[in-house]
Design a binder for this molecule. Structure first.
Ligand code: S3P
Length: 186
């Protein structure tokens, strides 16, 4: 008879190390995902991918045009597929602000290092600008952003393994914070 070693359950907060996947940045519009992602990748000397940019490049259309011509559900399906594909590439990956709305994407993020770049309403409005090309913010930008931040906070919290408050922090400082956490955690 063989004796099986006792397997203790894995604490929820402990996630497996990503084998080859990217460090992922999530957050609302204006949180700095693209700026910080590019800087971080440069600092780590790894590839940088931005889901929105890849969608625009491949479709030959702006995100706004995809929303208008094909509709939001078509954009979300494309976003989910593109995100799943890019999650298999090493480096740094910035997701679109609404990517976490997809349960499939949230599940796929479970074994990644996911940094939630948190932004408050005032800073988000300031960074995005009132005259925005973002289709979801058409109309009253401030009101739309408030709604979006309220609706999504729980989802960003769910997928994030780390959170960085970006309101009073420069992109360069955020990169340093990520690098330091990186060194101390691994
Ligand atoms: C969206 C955010 C945008 C873009 C699309 C939808 C959202 O990306 O993916 O307009 O639902 O919040 P950014 O977060 O880079 O603005």
């Amino acid at each position: 008879m063989s004796i099986q070693p006792e397997i203790s359950p894995q604490p929820v907060e402990e996630r497996p190390e990503p084998a080859e996947g990217p460090i992922v940045l999530v957050g609302a519009p204006g949180s700095g995902k693209s700026t910080v992602g590019a800087l971080l990748a440069e600092r780590l000397d790894v590839a940088f991918h931005d889901v929105d940019a890849v969608i625009v490049e491949r479709s030959g259309k702006s995100i706004a045009d995809i929303f208008v011509e094909d509709g939001e559900p078509a954009f979300r399906a494309l976003e989910e597929r593109t995100t799943a594909e890019l999650l298999r590439r090493p480096g740094v990956l910035s997701l679109g602000g609404g990517a976490v709305l997809s349960p499939t994407t949230r599940a796929a993020l479970r074994d990644h290092r996911v940094i939630w770049l948190k932004v408050g309403l005032a800073q988000s409005v300031k960074r995005v600008g009132l005259d925005t090309a973002r289709p979801l913010l058409l109309g009253n930008v401030r009101r739309q952003l408030r709604k979006l931040l309220d609706e999504r906070a729980a989802l960003y919290r769910e997928v994030g393994t780390e959170v960085i408050d970006t309101d009073d922090t420069t992109p360069a400082d955020i990169v340093e914070m990520i690098m330091n956490a990186h060194v101390s955690q691994r």
